[in-house]
Ligand binder design. Structure first.
Ligand SMILES: Nc1ncnc2c1ncn2[C@@H]1O[C@H](COP(=O)(O)OP(=O)(O)OP(=O)(O)O)[C@@H](O)[C@H]1O
Length: 309
């Protein structure tokens, strides 16, 4: 097997206070005028210290690692020189890896930590396309996401040792795939949704209520008014669309004075939406993770209670 030789570069550090110069304008940093016009139209008139220090160095194609407090403009310090190297803003003086570009046609790769953020960036693409740049998006297949969600559902059922579980999904098609995936992981489950006839729905419900199926995967509409007093766990595989839907779904458990648990599966970038639900409903929804097969609260409960006030 051939190994590529990794070039070892000497790491140089520059303290911000001793950065070579502090220009008063973006043009002094060597940025092209179309970019400066865009910056000024967004009221970005003067570079911050970190931008002044980093941009000229990055434009010279040097690698830069910035370590600085939050909110001081690191993002633009990186992004502006990158923009100089792509599309119509391409800076002729920056050599870049022209061979790689010729081969792949790819000039920049934008990596988003979640599919949702990726979708947001694609929406922004139409605006950017007006600059004449070409964008291609590669998103994780929804199936891969569903696979992970179903895995988390299964772990939640075991962690809570729940026997009557109602799992909610927002879309019927994914719901059917979810049933299939859970079955493949040896957990008895059934689907309940509008595509089933009246007879089909009542047969499934009978099976679930009699304990023949441990998990019922459904959507909010199909489960409206559904009363299974034994339901000890509700799992939201998708984020409920609003607080009313969350309350309806959560209300399927903890009925008639019994105890019940609601688990909402979400990714880190979606946490803000859960925080919003908490505030709107005035309930405590702590962040949890799996530790040794148990669901363990990971956030400071006191801090959270304060935030709810
Ligand atoms: N030159 C500038 N002029 C005016 N506003 C700026 C300038 N550069 C950045 N900002 C604004 O300052 C805010 C903070 O910038 P940014 O998010 O880049 O900081 P950061 O150092 O990357 O923070 P974090 O570490 O939290 O990501 C943003 O709202 C950004 O739009």
């Amino acid at each position: 097997m051939k190994h590529r030789k990794v070039e070892r570069r000497r790491l140089e550090t520059t303290k911000l206070e001793s950065a070579p110069f502090a220009p008063k304008s973006f043009s002094e940093l060597g940025l092209p005028s179309p970019l400066i016009e865009r910056l000024e139209s967004g009221r970005f008139n003067v570079p911050t210290n970190v931008q002044s220090a980093a941009i000229p160095t990055i434009l010279k194609n040097h690698d830069v690692v910035i370590q600085l407090y939050t909110g001081l403009g690191k993002t633009l310090a990186y992004v502006l020189p990158i923009l100089c190297g792509v599309g119509p803003l391409k800076n002729k003086s920056s050599s870049g890896d022209k061979e790689t570009r010729k081969k792949t046609g790819i000039e920049a790769v934008l990596v988003a930590p979640s599919r949702e953020l990726g979708l947001f960036l694609i929406q922004a693409q139409t605006q950017i396309s007006s600059l004449g740049q070409q964008y291609r998006a590669f998103l994780p297949h929804p199936n891969a996401i569903l696979h992970r969600k179903v895995g988390t559902l299964r772990r939640s059922v075991h962690a809570m040792d729940a026997q009557y579980v109602i799992a909610f999904m927002n879309h019927t098609r994914q719901l059917k795939d979810g049933v299939f995936k859970l079955e493949a992981r040896a957990m008895k489950n059934a689907e309940l949704h509008g595509d089933l006839g009246k007879l089909g729905r009542s047969t499934i419900l009978k099976k679930f209520k009699s304990g023949q199926e441990r998990v019922l995967i459904t959507n909010e509409l199909a489960a409206r008014g559904l009363g299974v007093p034994e339901c000890d766990l509700v799992v939201n595989l998708d984020l409920p669309t609003d607080s009313i839907h969350y309350a309806h779904q959560a209300g399927r458990t903890g009925r008639l004075g019994r105890k019940g648990t609601v688990v909402t599966i979400c990714k880190e970038p979606e946490m803000f939406a859960v925080k919003k639900l908490q505030k709107q409903l005035g309930v405590y929804i702590p962040a949890c993770e799996f530790t040794k097969g148990k669901l363990v609260v990971t956030e400071d409960e006191k801090k959270y209670a304060e935030a709810l006030k």
